[in-house]
Design a protein around this ligand. Structure first.
Ligand code: AAT
Length: 292
């Protein structure tokens, strides 16, 4: 490990570690759930770390937050009620609130320290909390979903950390079952689904579970995030039985109307072309995902 550099070391990506040069450590704390750190990097702006794993950097957070949000919300007409699980930094809230049809945005984040730290160090991300439609619940997403009445949401976005630590259950079958229950017929879910370069075994399990549970459609999409392990990260985009959802051909474009850019700034990454393209898979991944 180089002095003055942060290296992201984890058993989830053995034998490799992406490093960022640290200018200054801005925050270090230990919450009830995880170690929380913020540092100023030389080339990616401020960086948020949980248990030694990069959650976001100011420079490339757009590529993740915009995609995990607009892939589901641009695929259905007039999303009204949206639930975010995880996502305590507020970036997904910022993106959901760009949609004028949305009336209610619930978020369930387990760790209050992530919320407070984001508000202190990442104002352009935590700006998501300023929207009056947002209702914050601090708690475990698994427990929260158990108490949601059946058919409540048009969309659920699972912005979760990796399956070691508090997010482990967010990758398991009972959790996906309660997501499906919480969605209306033809409702959509988009979950963080790891990297095709590193985690095909995790992805295989998620896809197999989702095919059993989501009777509408089950799709894998991906995006590039230079500071995430292997530089790419994927999403499971699924719909429940009901009105058909064709994720690959978005019917609710956000690009045209720009009133949402006034306080939040313009979209930096997402557009309709990249939406459709994100479902195209390299052959090695396509073989595995389509065979499940
Ligand atoms: N927005 C991009 C950053 C994340 S954050 C993931 C969030 O999920 C964290 O704030 C974490 O505290 C929260 N979380 C973890 N487990 C739970 C749970 N059981 N219930 C509710 N919230 C939870 C994603 C980073 C991806 C990293 C890829 N390597």
């Amino acid at each position: 490990i180089l002095p003055g550099w942060f290296s992201e070391i984890s058993p989830l990506w053995p034998g490799e570690a992406h490093s960022l040069k640290v200018e200054k450590i801005l925050f270090q704390g230990k919450s009830d759930y995880q170690n929380v750190m913020v540092f100023q990097s030389s080339t990616y702006g401020k960086v948020l770390i949980l248990d030694g794993v990069i959650q976001l950097t100011e420079r490339d957070e757009c590529a993740y937050q915009e995609m995990i949000t607009h892939l589901p919300l641009c695929s259905i007409p007039n999303p009204r009620k949206v639930l975010v699980i995880g996502g305590g930094d507020g970036g997904v809230l910022r993106e959901v609130s760009r949609h004028s049809s949305v009336e209610q945005i619930d978020i369930c984040e387990i760790d209050k320290m992530v919320i407070d730290v984001s508000k202190q160090f990442f104002p352009n991300v935590a700006i998501g909390y300023e929207d009056p439609r947002v209702k914050l619940h601090v708690g475990d997403g698994v427990a929260f979903l158990k108490n949601v009445p059946e058919g409540t949401y048009d969309a659920v976005i699972v912005d979760s950390s990796d399956p070691i630590g508090p997010a482990q259950e967010l990758f398991e079958k009972p959790f996906f079952e309660s997501v499906a229950r919480a969605l209306r017929p033809g409702g959509v879910v988009c979950t963080q689904a790891e990297s095709i370069w590193l985690h095909m075994h995790i992805i295989e399990d998620i896809v197999a579970n989702c095919r059993q549970i989501f009777k509408g459609s089950v799709n894998y999409a991906w995006t590039t995030v230079p500071t995430y392990p292997s530089g790419v990260i994927g999403f499971m985009a699924c719909s429940t039985e009901g009105p058909a959802v064709d994720f690959k051909n978005p019917i609710n474009p956000i690009d045209a109307d720009d009133s949402h850019t006034k306080t939040r700034g313009p979209l930096k990454f997402y557009n309709s072309e990249i939406h459709s393209a994100s479902f195209c898979l390299p052959s090695f991944a396509k073989r595995v995902i389509e065979s499940k």
